[in-house]
Design a protein around this ligand. Structure first.
Ligand SMILES: Nc1nc2c(c(=O)[nH]1)N[C@H]1C(S)=C(S)[C@@H](COP(=O)(O)OP(=O)(O)OC[C@H]3O[C@@H](n4cnc5c(=O)[nH]c(N)nc54)[C@H](O)[C@@H]3O)O[C@H]1N2
Ligand SMILES: Nc1nc2c(c(=O)[nH]1)N[C@H]1C(S)=C(S)[C@@H](COP(=O)(O)OP(=O)(O)OC[C@H]3O[C@@H](n4cnc5c(=O)[nH]c(N)nc54)[C@H](O)[C@@H]3O)O[C@H]1N2
Ligand SMILES: [Mo]
Length: 770
C-alpha cells in the first residue's frame, strides 16, 4: 500500500502513470504471465467481454484497447489468490465483519460453496446439492413467494439473467431489486416516456460525426477509460467537448494515449474539453433549462430580424408534442433562479449556449452526477428537450448517451430483470414457457430493504454484487439483511454482504467472465449488451479458479430444478448448451430473431433502437417535450432553510468513485488523478468553506447528514483536503459515505438513492489512532 499523502497530479490521464499502474497491478495479483495473456483477450472477437464497464468496443475486433481500469478488473478476477473454506473458516464471521472491504477483497477467489454455521459463527463447506436443497426448502416454505427478493448486479450475462428471471417468475414473484435501481434507473425512467426507448440512441459511428459532445456528471478517466480514446479522436478532429462537473476531473482535461507511441515518447498529451463548466452539485437542471431559454430567445431574435432560425421547427412539428407549453414555461423562467440554482452566471451559460447553437450534431453523455439526485428524471428530460430544440435526436452524429456502468447492466434489463414488467412481456413469457407469471409489481432495491425491515421479506438471493455496501442507509440495510431467514450470494469474491447475513447464509462461488465454461454440450460462450445496444459473444480463456465452481446459468438451473418440481422448463437441458437458452430468448423477444447466427459474427449485432430511427414508441407516437419547474425544495434546500440549522454551515456532499475501486471493490488506496495516496477517508472541500467552519486542510472531521426524520446518520473520521470545488460543495468516496443517505431520499419517478446530493455538516474530531 502506498504512503499516505496528498499531492497535486500534474500529468495527463492515461500516459506513463497508467502504464506504471498496470505493471503494479499485474505484479500484485501474482500472475503476470497469465495476467498478460488474459488481458490480450479482453474485448477480442474470440475473447471475453471486459468486466470493467459497459463502454462499447470499436467493432469488437480492434487490437487490444488499452484501459488501466479494465486491467484492474480483469486482474482482480484472474488473481492467483484463493479464499478457500480453510482461509475463510479460519476466523469467525464476526471477526471478518470487523475487517475492511479491502481486506475481504484481497482474500481472492472463493473456491467452494459455503454455509454459515451459527454454532461456531463460521462459514464451512457445503456440497452443491445440499446448498440447492436448503434454498429450495426455504423458498417452498414461504407462505407467499413475494417474501423472497432476487437481486442482480450487472455483470450477469444475458443467458444467466434470462434463466434467472424465468426461474423467479415461475417461482411466483417480480421482486427484482437491481443494481441499476441505484445507477441509471432515472435514465430509463426519463427517456422511455419522452422518446419511447429507455436506452441511449447513439453508436460509436455517431461519435465520429458529432461536432459537440456534452459530458455531464461523468468521470470517464476513471470509470470508462476506453471512452477517452473516442474523446481524444473527436478533440483531434476539432469536435468541441464541453464537460459539466463540479470537480476538475483530469481525464476530462488532458489524456495521453498509451497506445500512441509519439505521444508517449514526447510526454505529449491531448486536451480533451474545449470548455469546462464548474457546476454546483445538483445544479444541472437549472443550467440545462438556462441553455434551452437562451436557444429559444436566440431563435425569437433571429426570426424577428429575418435571420436563419435557430430552432429546428420542421423536426419539432413533425416529431414532437408538448412544445408550446414547454416554450412558454422556459421563456417565463427567471434568470435569478437559474443562476442561483446552477451556481453559474448567465454569461457562463451563454458561452455554452453559443457553442451549442453553432454545432450541427450534438451528443449528450451523462453518468452518476446526473442520475443520483432527487430530480434526476426531470434533468434527463431537460437534456432531451435541449437536444430536440435543434433536432439532435435520431440522426447521424447526434443523440443521447447515458453511459452505463456494469458491463451487462443494460442486457440484464433487456432480458427481463425488471420489477415492473409490462403485461405484454409477461404474456409472451407465460406462453413460451407454459406458466402463469405473477402480475403484481415487485420490489426495487429500496423497496426490498423496506420489506425486510417490515418483516415482509424473509429470503434474499443475490446474483452477484455487494448489496450491503452498495445500498444507502447502511445501518438500516444491515438490520434488514440480518432480519432475513436466509441470505444467499452467488459471488466470485468475499465481500461485506457475506458477513452481514441472515439467520442462515450461503455463498455460492461462480465462474467469472475470464474463465472457460464447459458444459455437457461443450465449451460455452455467453452474450452481453453494451451501452450502445451492441450484443456480442464473450468466452473466457482461463482455467476456472477452482474445480468446484459452477457457471451462473448452471446455478440458476439447478436451483430451479430443486425448487420447481412441476416446471415445464427443461432446466438442465438448457444449460447443457447455451444456444438452447438463446433460442428461448429469441422466442420471447422479437429483436433477438436469429440470435445464434447473429452472434457468430465478430462484433455481434445492434438491437433495434426505434428512437434512433425517429420512430417514437410513446402513447402519442411523438417524442415529448417535458415541462418542469427548477427544483427548489430538495432535501438540500430544506436542510439549508431549516431553523434548526441556522448556525450550521450546511454543505452538499457528492459521493464519488476513486481511481482504485470498482464500486464496492477496493483495489487499492490511491486516487491518482485527484492526488490522494494511501487513504480513502478524505473530504474534498473549498478553502472558503474551510475558513467558514474554522477548520483547515489536514484536520479530521465526522460527517453528519441533515435530514428531518430524526435519525442521526454519521460517518466518522475523514481527513479534510483543500480542493478546487465550488463553494458549499464537498465530495467523498462511496461506499464509506453510504450510511449518510436515508432510504427515503431517492429520485422522484425512479427511486434511485440520492448519493450525489446529501445535505451534511462537518464536525471536528480527533485524528484516528495511528
Ligand atoms: N474503474 C471503475 N470503473 C467503473 C466503476 C468503478 O467503480 N470503477 N463503476 C461502474 C459503474 S456501476 C458506473 S454506474 C459507472 C460510474 O461512472 P461515473 O458516472 O463517472 O461515476 P462517479 O464516480 O460516481 O461520478 C461521476 C461524476 O459526477 C460528478 N458529479 C457529482 N455531482 C454532480 C452534479 O451534481 N452535477 C454534475 N454535472 N456532476 C456531478 C463527479 O464529480 C464525478 O466526476 O462507472 C462504471 N465503471
Ligand atoms: N453512495 C453511493 N452508493 C452507490 C453509488 C454511488 O455512486 N454512491 N453507485 C451505485 C451504483 S452506480 C451501482 S451500479 C451499485 C453497485 O452495486 P453492486 O453491483 O451490488 O456492487 P459491486 O461492488 O459492483 O459488486 C461487487 C461484487 O460482485 C461480485 N462479482 C464480481 N464479478 C462477478 C460475477 O461475474 N458474477 C457474480 N455472481 N458475482 C460477481 C464479487 O463478489 C464482488 O465483491 O452501487 C450503487 N451505490
Ligand atoms: Mo452503476
Amino acid at each position: 500500500m502506498s504512503e499516505q499523502k496528498i499531492e497535486f497530479y500534474k500529468g495527463p490521464a492515461g500516459g506513463w502513470g497508467a502504464l506504471r499502474s498496470v505493471a503494479k497491478t499485474l505484479m500484485k495479483e501474482g500472475a503476470p504471465g497469465k495476467g498478460a495473456r488474459t488481458l490480450l483477450a479482453a474485448n477480442q472477437p474470440d475473447g471475453f467481454d471486459c468486466p470493467g464497464c459497459a463502454w462499447p468496443d470499436r467493432s469488437h475486433t480492434s487490437t487490444f484497447e488499452f484501459c488501466e481500469n479494465g486491467v484492474k478488473a480483469v486482474a482482480a478476477e484472474s488473481t492467483s489468490k484463493r479464499a478457500t473454506p480453510e482461509v475463510i473458516g479460519e476466523h469467525t464471521v464476526s471477526w471478518w465483519a470487523e475487517q475492511s472491504d479491502y481486506v475481504l477483497e484481497q482474500l481472492g477467489r472463493i473456491t467452494e460453496p459455503l454455509v454459515y454455521d451459527a454454532v461456531t459463527d463460521k462459514y464451512k463447506r457445503i456440497a452443491w446439492d445440499d446448498a440447492f436443497t436448503l434454498i429450495a426448502a426455504e423458498l417452498k416454505a414461504l407462505p407467499d413467494p413475494n417474501q423472497a427478493s432476487f437481486y442482480t448486479s450487472g455483470r450477469t450475462s444475458n443467458e444467466a439473467a434470462f434463466l434467472y428471471q424465468l426461474f423467479v417468475r415461475e417461482y411466483g414473484t417480480n421482486n427484482f431489486p437491481d443494481c441499476s435501481n441505484m445507477c441509471h434507473e432515472p435514465s430509463g425512467s426519463g427517456l422511455r416516456p419522452t422518446i419511447g426507448v429507455g436506452k441511449g440512441t447513439v453508436t460509436l459511428h455517431d461519435f465520429e460525426q458529432a461536432d459537440l459532445i456534452l459530458i455531464l456528471g461523468q468521470n470517464p478517466g476513471t470509470n470508462h477509460p476506453r471512452m477517452l480514446g473516442e474523446l481524444r479522436d473527436a478533440a483531434k478532429r476539432g469536435c468541441r467537448i464541453v464537460s459539466v462537473n463540479p470537480l476538475r476531473e483530469r481525464g476530462l482535461e488532458r489524456f495521453a494515449d498509451p497506445q500512441d507511441k509519439l505521444e508517449m515518447a514526447t510526454m505529449g498529451s491531448t486536451p480533451i474539453s474545449s470548455h469546462y463548466v464548474r457546476i454546483r452539485i445538483g445544479g444541472d437542471f437549472a443550467f440545462l433549462k438556462g441553455l434551452c431559454k437562451l436557444v429559444l430567445e436566440a431563435d425569437e431574435h433571429a426570426r424577428l430580424n429575418g435571420l436563419a432560425p435557430i430552432v429546428d421547427s420542421a423536426f419539432i412539428a413533425e416529431h414532437t408534442s408538448g412544445f408550446d407549453e414547454f416554450m412558454q414555461d422556459v421563456l417565463d423562467e427567471d434568470w435569478d433562479v437559474i443562476q442561483t440554482e446552477s451556481g453559474l452566471t448567465k454569461a457562463e451559460i451563454e458561452a455554452v449556449a453559443k457553442q451549442y447553437m453553432e454545432s450541427k450534431r450534438v451528443i449528450a453523455c451523462w453518468g452518476m452526477g446526473i442520475t443520483q439526485h432527487q430530480h434526476s428524471v426531470a434533468t434527463i428530460q431537460m437534456i432531451v428537450n435541449l437536444l430536440m430544440l435543434r433536432g439532435n435526436l435520431g440522426r447521424e452524429g447526434a443523440g443521447v448517451c447515458p453511459v452505463r456502468g456494469h458491463s451487462n447492466v443494460q442486457g440484464d434489463r433487456t432480458m427481463g430483470i425488471n420489477e415492473k414488467p409490462t403485461a405484454a412481456f409477461l404474456d409472451r413469457l407465460g406462453k413460451v414457457f407454459g406458466f402463469e407469471p405473477p402480475r403484481s409489481h415487485g420490489h426495487d432495491t429500496v423497496g426490498a430493504i423496506e420489506a425486510m425491515l417490515e418483516g415482509q421479506c424473509k429470503v434474499f438471493f443475490a446474483m452477484g454484487g455487494n448489496f450491503a455496501a452498495a445500498t444507502p442507509d447502511t445501518l438500516a440495510t444491515y438490520r434488514a439483511l440480518q432480519s432475513c431467514e436466509l441470505t444467499v450470494h452467488v459471488a466470485t469474491k468475499f465481500n461485506r454482504s457475506h458477513v452481514v447475513h441472515g439467520q442462515q447464509a450461503l455463498l455460492l462461488p461462480c465462474l467469472g467472465r475470464t474463465e472457460i465454461d464447459v458444459q455437457a454440450g461443450g465449451t460455452q460462450g455467453v452474450t452481453v449488451e453494451d451501452s450502445m445496444s451492441m450484443v456480442h459473444l464473450s468466452a473466457g480463456l482461463n482455467a476456472p479458479a477452482s474445480e468446484h465452481l459452477l457457471s451462473e446459468p448452471m446455478i440458476v438451473a439447478r436451483l430451479a430444478a430443486a425448487t420447481l418440481p412441476h416446471s415445464k422448463t427443461p432446466w438442465l437441458d438448457l444449460v447443457a448448451d447455451y444456444r438452447l437458452i438463446r433460442e428461448r430468448i429469441e422466442a420471447v423477444f422479437d429483436d433477438f430473431a436469429g440470435f445464434n447466427e447473429k452472434i457468430a459474427k465478430p462484433g455481434g449485432f445492434r438491437l433495434r433502437n426505434t428512437a434512433s430511427e425517429r420512430v417514437w414508441n410513446t402513447p402519442s407516437g411523438k417524442a415529448k417535450f417535458s415541462t418542469h419547474a427548477v427544483p427548489r425544495d430538495t432535501f438540500v434546500h430544506r436542510a439549508k432553510a431549516s431553523e434548526k440549522h441556522r448556525d450550521t454551515v450546511v454543505l452538499t456532499l457528492a459521493t464519488v468513485r476513486s481511481h482504485d475501486q470498482y464500486n464496492t471493490t477496493v483495489y487499492g488506496m490511491d486516487d491518482r488523478y485527484r492526488g490522494v495516496y494511501g487513504q480513502r477517508r478524505v473530504v474534498f472541500i473549498n478553502d472558503e468553506d474551510l475558513r467558514d467552519i474554522g477548520l483547515k486542510d489536514g484536520d479530521w472531521v465526522d460527517i453528519t447528514s441533515l435530514y428531518a426524520d430524526g435519525v442521526e446518520r454519521r460517518a466518522e473520521k475523514f481527513r479534510l483536503v483543500s480542493y478546487d470545488i465550488p463553494r458549499g460543495n464537498i465530495a467523498s468516496y462511496y461506499p464509506e459515505t453510504n450510511p449518510l443517505v436515508p432510504l427515503q431520499s431517492f429520485a422522484i419517478g425512479a427511486r434511485t438513492p440520492t448519493s450525489k446530493s446529501i445535505p451534511v455538516k462537518l464536525t471536528r474530531c480527533d485524528a484516528p489512532a495511528a
